[in-house]
Design a protein around this ligand. Sequence first.
Ligand code: AGP
Length: 611
Amino acid sequence: MCGIVGYIGNNQAPSILIDGLSKLEYRGYDSAGVAVHDGENINILKTKGRLSNLVKLVIENPLTGTLGIGHTRWATHGVPSDVNAHPHISNDNMIAVVHNGIIENYVDIKNELAAEGCVFLSDTDTEVIAHLIDKYYKECLDFEDAVFKAVNRFEGAYAIGIICKDCPDKLIAVRKGSPLVIGKGNGENYIASDIPALLNYTREVYFLEEDEVAVLTKDSVAIYDKNRNRVEREIYHVTWDIEAAEKSGYAHFMLKEINEQPKIVRETILNRVPENGDGIDLENIKLDRKDLENIDRIYMVACGTAYYAGLIGKHLIEKICRIPVISEVASEFRYSDPIIDDRTLLIVVSQSGETADTLEALRISKKNGARVLAIVNAVGSSIAREADDVFYILAGPEIAVASTKAYSAQVAAMYILACHIALELGKMTKDEFKEIKEQLYMLPSKIELILQKQDVEKKLAEKYMNVKNVFFIGRGLDYLVSKEGSLKLKEIAYLHSEAYAAGELKHGPIAMIDENTLVVAIVTQEELIEKTISNIKEVKARGAKTMAVAMKGNTKIAEVADDVIYIPRTMGILAPILANIPDQLFAYYMALNLGTDIDKPRNLAKSVTVE
Ligand code: AGP
């Protein structure tokens, strides 16, 4: 989604704004711009396309000033264009704004302002923000009053950065439904939609909460709630390094993040499954036997990759704990009038903790009395703050749009959660847990082994780079892994791909199979191997090329599939976390061969903060 940065201090704003924007590029964008106050006037440069276009523009038309706002836009209202790019400014060049999110009632406000003579230049909803604040500013000549008055009229989800020509010593930030952090410096302060934009300058941040407005000068930060009462906010100290948000020699963030998985999975597991002990340590998460006995329905709700991790969780909780779990994508769940009461446990899964649909699913459920457990990566994110309990997966910043390490950590979290529930409810003996625990501890080194052999996926991606259609098939847990494998390929290689339950192929999709089709079969579940082998034979007989991901020692599969990627042996229920790694690598190398923008695939955003 869009990225916001803002600066007020003693240094030149343009380079700080552009540096900050470059750290937000991963969020996905199609245009960029900055507005800088030179002490007398606000000057704006903005352009369609990559940040490098903006840099060129700034070099050709140097800006000076120690107050400014910057933006990377991901188009929602109005096509990507120079004129629709942010910042937007009022007709009298008084108020300039950058905005993430959507002003849902912008048409009404636009009509009202147009009737009063306001001229609109863009097709965006954002432009009304600048004009409305300007209208109120003209009435009261108080920047803060004008912002509060305007904000009361906006409906929707947004984060806004605002500067005023008459106030060269003030930067105002507003947050409702779209994340915004404030960086506290020494004689300078910052705003940003995500922490990486600030890390070159400060590690001390405040998270703005819903409906809050922050007024920044170079020496102060004042935060107000929607009733304009001053709010005290604790500083959060960012512990991770800028290197965690940089490529460290890898060609792409995605490849770096794939290779980080042994470490991430190790940390997620070790943090909750102590070496000395015979149980799970969920720390402050309150989910003991009494809580669990009070629950009669569990929903697992998320979007995209996080949803697929949730599907593995559903399978595990049902298999190990024998409790039915309803899985649903958040965009459907929120409109499905779900049956929720105080005996419902909602588990939401989100890397960013800011996904609009997932957040809304959480809010609806809480309103109806449910308990909410969030499995989240981003510390201090909206979902983490609003949930009753948070299970942090500790994956560190995930920059590539395609989620990889967060998925593995989410799946690891699902194993931990399922074991915890089973132990609490007496559905798993200490010995059974001991066996799973031993196998869990071995997962990181097994992932390492898969990564060491990534030449295999690289060669297969060369071999299959010209296929036009890909089917990922599997049964049981393998089918669930297929869904994530297929999404990765679509997302970064722009290749048509579908995940199908292997047994369903002959009910329709098999008609599509021809010699331009690649079928990737995930075959790790011992009791289902023979069945899936039959399905591989069916597609081979119709001309498809076939590739399988199987556990070491499965020799039968090599007799059927054209190519086999072997993963180390593990328990069936733990196989998904391993079987998914070859899919990630295959998608990465396919995308590399096809020359796509791997870290920032077209049309996609890292965190989807609009519906
Ligand atoms: C994953 O590769 C995708 N970029 C996307 O499906 C993502 O998982 C989804 O938007 C959910 O995001 P979240 O985990 O931040 O909520």
